[in-house]
Structure formats: C-alpha cells, structure tokens
Design a protein around this ligand. Sequence first.
Ligand code: SF4
Length: 249
Amino acid sequence: MTGTFSVKMLLRRQLPGKFMIFGFQDISLIDYPGHIAPVVFVGGCNFRCPFCYNRDLVLNPHKNTPLIIDDVLARINKQKKLCEGVVITGGEPSLWVGKGLEKFLCEVKAMHLKVKLDTNGSIPANIKNLLQNELIDYIAMDIKTSFIKYNLAAGTSVDTGLINESIEVIKNSPIEHNFRTTCLPSLVDNEDIIAISKLLGKGERYTLQTFRPENTLKHDYNALKPYSPREMEGLKKTASNLGLIVEIT
Ligand code: SF4
C-alpha cells in the first residue's frame, strides 16, 4: 500500500496539474479598472486564439520555471500600501480551480485586497465556484467573436453553450464585470459586434480591444493589419447604438 501511495504522490508532483504562476508584474495602472494592482500570470490555456500574444504562457508554460507561490504572495504583500487589488490573468486562470487557485486567492483576500479575474468563460462551473466562495470582486470575460465564428477565433472547438452560460452567470452576479473583444478584421466585423452586443444586452460594459500584431500565437497573424482608430470608432458606435457602455483600448 505504502509503495503504491508513494508512486501516486510522485506522479502527481510530475503532472502539470497544479496551480502554478509563471509571471508577475509588480504594478499595473490599467489592468484593474479604477485600481492600481499587481498582475499574476498563470500558465496554460484550453484555447488557441491565433491572435493571442501570451504564446509562451499558453503553449509552453512548463518550459519556464514557475515562481514560488510564497514569494509571489510576499511581493503582493509588499505592494499592499500602494494597491487596492490583484489581477489574475493568464493563460486561463479558471483552469486552476480545484488545483490550488482558491487557496492562493484566500491568501490574497486575507491581505484585504480585491481580486480581478480574467477569463475566456469556457468553464462556467469554475466561475460559479469562485463567485460562491466570494473569492473574486471583478471579472472580465473575453467574447472572442459571434458564436458562428467562435471556433475560428478560439483556435479550437468551443461549446458556445458554456460561453453563453458564463455570460449569464457573470451578468447575474453581484460583482463588477465587463466583457471584451479583441477586434481584428478577419475575425470580428460589424455583424459580429451586432451579434455580441445583442447577446450581452443593454447596459453591459463592453471593451473593444485593438488587435496588436506582435508575438502572436499563430505567426502569420503578426502580418495582419489592425483596424484603424476610425474603424474601431465605427465598431464602438455599433455597440453603443445597441445600448452597451463601450470603451476602446
Ligand atoms: S487569448 Fe486565447 S489562447 Fe490566449 S490566453 Fe486568452 S483565451 Fe488563451
């Protein structure tokens, strides 16, 4: 029995199944709306968005040495006087629910700091879990494009029923939230913005992110031309006319 147990323990340690942090930014003025906050980057993602600029975190997180979690907590603690919150981003942080993320968030909350979670919304059950346990104070969910093109924008087969469920969970949650779309001409056009805006509904906060062609997950996306500021304004007008509170970043 003991021998079997030891082997299992060893295997568990070797498997990439534990919450790990692969990056830390001491201060950000832009990632948590209205707050100064450090940013924690977790590795791994279940999507393969071709325009993603966190390619190493998504494709090769285990090529890098993970940061020691206690060190990250100590660095957050050091910033406490300056900060009101912490941003957890990735990769896809919700993949780590049940694998150590909650414990980490408990430690952050014990410092009396707010938590903002970035998510692709693919696992509504895990988002519900974090909400029910009051471990997050703000949630930002990506809507990749209209559902008809979702697989193309996410670079994998996506159950849009789950995306829809996450949208509803977030909209009906008591915490601050916004939805956001990275706009690049081949994946998000005016018709897609209309479909997404109708899905989100009036009064929701919606951020249109200008595509940045740099270090993209799919190399040929580095050569794609982003929308011009004028074209981005056109997309903003479309969503605003449908009742959303829209900003461009
Ligand atoms: S942009 Fe896509 S692939 Fe990159 S981290 Fe977000 S969901 Fe994952």
